[in-house]
Design a protein around this ligand. Structure first.
Ligand code: ATP
Ligand code: MN
Length: 474
């Protein structure tokens, strides 16, 4: 039986078998066993007088075992029920001298170096169960909204977006690549007959599918070779990108807000126990921080706050006014001073707006065209585009989206102005040549959502094996 199922049934002395990994073994008598199905451990009580002594010696933290016994109401405090062991089988021992995950508090940094074993701790198993439930919540939401799930390519031949921050995919001999006459590498002899990269976004391809299936979403890995060693950036992360025909920017914002609220509501119900545990963990961690850095709300309160309150919608122009007149700007506390309209917002500005000014999730929209991508729809003012970013407390940007430019002539102008090769985008432009229609979409970084939902503070701790600059261990 799974321990999770066991905890749901009355303990009437019936015989049960469970399998898992030993969390602790104390007094040669009490085994706390965990199988990953749930946060809690089942207490297994062995009668050391009748048990084989050699067998008991093999039991220590980390060992994989099978236990059969009678499931009874517990005599001791701390648990409602326990298993009185009649049979014990050890699949694999874990030498206490060398097994690194001991029953004590390990730092998150230490556990990052043991990423292959860290899921055997309460914290990481809770985080990964929440992550898994969130992923299911994502598919459930879109399915119920009538969206189709599409898989866009991971290897991409178009470098229109994100030039410079992409990883190259190549099968050329690195020691001896074929060269062109000018001495540069001849990628026409590479595997795909051209230069190819790992995708930074599935959006452009998703748009083609929206223009036939109507409402679609992608949910897949994305890669960025940006050297930003922050607590919110990974080189490999998972992105959810819905794309909807006939949606304008307001529809897009409505959907994004409904989507985030829906998946958070889903985990509040599905992961209650794990979230309470993570809530306590965060409260403990907060106590070690200086007063000013502590959060006013607990994790559960933060999640409920997002679910229950409208996101504040603010135009870029309004935001700039607020920032210009803000205390940190006047006192020159921002690293990047805001003095005029058109400035790109840095994460310090985003966090000021969300955490200090509005104190709630904020949707910023209508950004200057100059700081946004070529495909965003130009507004009447010829200065701003129909972009929107959703900013979250503690996280910063969690969603980036826009209404897409559906007018061929304007799109071509924008492509030219940004110095992108139009030829590269012939298929994308075809969408504007044949049955073009207003449409919108956004990208949500899945790990940023998991960060928010679990209260963890480093994105390296919400993905099983993080890829960051200088690190691709495991
Ligand atoms: P940021 O300014 O935080 O770098 P961005 O503007 O580069 O974000 P977009 O290109 O709009 O982000 O990507 C959409 C979403 O993908 C972001 O809102 C964010 O949630 C997520 N995201 C972007 N880059 C990363 C990354 N390196 N690691 C994890 N998530 C990311
Ligand atoms: Mn970025």
């Amino acid at each position: 039986m799974k321990i999770k199922s066991l905890f749901k049934i009355p303990a009437t002395g019936q015989e049960v078998t469970v399998r898992g990994w030993v969390r602790t073994f104390r007094a040669n008598r009490f085994i706390a066993l965990n199988d990953g199905s749930t946060l809690g451990n089942i207490q297994c009580v062995v009668d050391f007088e009748s048990m084989d002594e050699e067998l008991l010696k093999k039991i220590s933290t980390g060992a994989a075992i099978k236990v059969t016994g009678n499931y009874v109401e517990s005599q001791g405090k701390g648990q409602a029920a326990e298993i009185q062991v009649t049979e014990l089988y050890v699949y694999g021992e874990a030498d206490p001298e060398s097994y690194p995950i001991q029953p004590k508090k390990h730092s998150l940094e230490f556990l990052r170096e043991k990423a292959h074993l860290r899921v055997r701790t309460a914290t990481f198993s809770a985080v990964m169960r929440v992550r898994s439930a969130l992923a299911f919540g994502v598919h459930k939401f879109f399915r119920e909204e009538g969206f189709q799930y599409v898989n866009t390519p991971i290897v991409t031949g178009s470098d229109a977006e994100g030039a410079g921050e992409m990883f190259r995919v190549s099968s050329l001999d690195t020691k001896n690549p074929p060269l062109k006459e000018d001495g540069s590498v001849d990628f026409s002899q590479d595997f795909f007959g051209k230069e190819t990269h790992l995708t930074v976004s599935g959006q452009l391809e998703a748009e083609t599918y929206a223009m036939g299936l109507g409402e679609v979403y992608t949910f897949g890995p994305t890669f960025r070779a940006e050297n930003s060693n922050t607590t919110r950036h990974l080189a490999e992360f998972w992105m959810i990108e819905p794309e909807m025909a006939f949606f304008d920017l307001d529809d897009n914002m409505d959907l994004a807000e409904k989507f985030i609220k829906s998946v958070l509501t889903y985990i509040l119900k599905e992961c209650e126990e794990d979230l309470i545990f993570l809530d306590n963990r965060l409260t403990q961690e907060d106590k070690t921080k200086p007063q000013a850095e502590r959060s006013e709300l607990s994790l559960l309160e933060k999640i409920k706050f997002v679910v229950e309150n409208d996101f504040k919608r603010v135009s870029y122009t309004e935001a700039i006014e607020i920032l210009k007149n803000s205390k940190p700007n006047k006192k020159k506390k921002f690293k990047f001073h805001i003095d005029e309209w058109g400035a790109d917002l840095q994460s310090e500005h985003e966090r000021f707006l969300v955490e200090k000014h509005f104190k709630c999730p904020v949707i910023l929209y209508d950004y200057p065209a100059t700081i946004k991508a070529f495909y965003m729809r130009m507004n009447e003012d010829q200065k701003t585009v129909r972009a929107m970013d959703i900013l979250f407390p503690g996280i910063g940007e969690i969603v980036g989206g826009s209404q897409r430019e559906e007018r061929l002539d304007i799109l071509k102008e924008r492509i030219k102005a940004m110095g992108i090769d139009e030829e590269e985008l012939w298929w994308y432009l075809d969408l504007r040549r044949f049955g073009s229609a207003p449409h919108s979409g956004f990208g949500l970084g899945f790990e940023r959502l998991v960060l928010f939902a679990t209260g963890m503070s480093n994105i390296r701790d919400v993905i099983p094996f993080p890829r960051t600059p200088q690190n691709a261990a495991f």
